[in-house]
Design a protein around this ligand. Structure first.
Ligand code: NCD
Length: 310
């Protein structure tokens, strides 16, 4: 199958060609079908995943671990910087060199932009970026595209609104790179000060992506096939009064959706705080928990591909 990504690190949304992406998506679909028939092959038997999580995580960590277990692989993990040698001042490079001796693949989440790249340069096994600060989160982006494909069909020529913290949001930073492999319209809706980095927007435009920047959520909802909502990330603010001022600016509620008279697909990488009210959960377009489930198949596909078992 996907042979270009065999043995490769997964670090950034911009590393994928459309072909690479579609091969991963096809493999994920295959795993999903097999999962439903209870026929997941033990492809990772004898292999070990090292999960290094130096920042909080529920979904990303557990879905990588569950994906590995489903394929009958094993997992060793570090759940926080405080309980690992990072607390003693070990460099990321030395940690990656060490962990490469124990595991066949490393998944890392770390608060610093570029940390996964740094680990990859020192590691002798594939490194998968599970979030590097406000940088990138490519595996989330792949499961997001997988979800879009399942919910609306091909991403070609659709309109996607990205709402919330587009400045620090690593999920949207990675997602726009993948979406830009398809001709499409993007609408960016963010509070003032949390706009998508200028350089990213310029690059997307150069690739022919139609971009609208607005602060009118209602308008964006009314013209979107998919609305991708993100959390305002308290932990990235140096001044908490800025966070307090901004949070709650954009809230998707049942009331707002009814007024919009359109039923777009609503996605969110989760965790949500207050940006989607719980009365939205019953809407047929509320896809965020289906999105969570999709993560497992995509992560199975990524693990199997980079370790070369498919
Ligand atoms: C996100 C993350 O950690 O970047 N969550 C996730 O991985 N599904 C989004 C967030 O923390 O807001």
């Amino acid at each position: 199958m996907s042979q270009h990504l065999r043995g490769q690190h997964i670090l950034h949304g911009n590393q994928f060609s459309r072909e690479d992406l579609e091969q991963i998506l096809a493999l994920a679909r295959d795993f999903e079908t097999k999962f439903e028939k209870n026929e997941i092959p033990p492809l990772m038997k004898g292999k070990i995943l090292a999960a290094l999580f130096f920042e909080p995580s529920t979904r990303t960590r557990l879905s990588f671990e569950a994906a590995m277990h489903r394929l009958e692989g094993a997992v060793v993990s570090v759940a926080s910087a405080e309980t690992s040698s990072a607390a003693k001042g070990e460099t990321l490079g030395d940690t990656a060199r060490t962990v490469s001796q124990y595991a066949d693949v490393i998944v890392i989440r770390h608060p610093k932009i570029g940390s996964a790249q740094e680990a990859a340069e020192a590691a002798s096994v594939p490194v998968i970026n599970a979030g590097d600060g406000a940088g990138q989160h490519p595996t989330q982006a792949i499961l997001d595209v997988y979800t879009i494909q399942k919910e609306v069909g091909s991403p070609e020529r659709i309109t996607v609104s990205l709402v919330g913290d587009l400045k620090f949001g690593r999920t949207v930073h990675a997602l726009v790179e993948l979406l830009s492999l398809y001709p499409m319209n993007l609408i960016f809706v963010s509070p003032q000060g949390l706009e998508m980095p200028r350089e990213t927007t310029e690059n997307l435009k150069k690739k022919g992506i139609q971009i609208t920047e607005t602060d009118d959520l209602r308008d964006a909802l009314g013209s979107s096939d998919v609305v991708y909502v993100t959390r305002i990330q308290k932990e990235r603010f140096s001044d908490l009064s800025d966070y307090q001022r901004i949070k709650g600016t954009y809230v998707i509620s049942d009331k707002l959706l009814r007024e919009t008279k359109r039923e777009p697909i609503i996605m969110h990488p989760l965790p949500r705080v207050d940006e989607i009210t719980t009365d939205v959960d019953a809407h047929p377009g509320a896809a965020y928990f289906r999105q969570v489930r999709n993560g497992i198949f995509v992560r199975m596909a990524l693990l199997a591909t980079v370790t070369g078992v498919v």
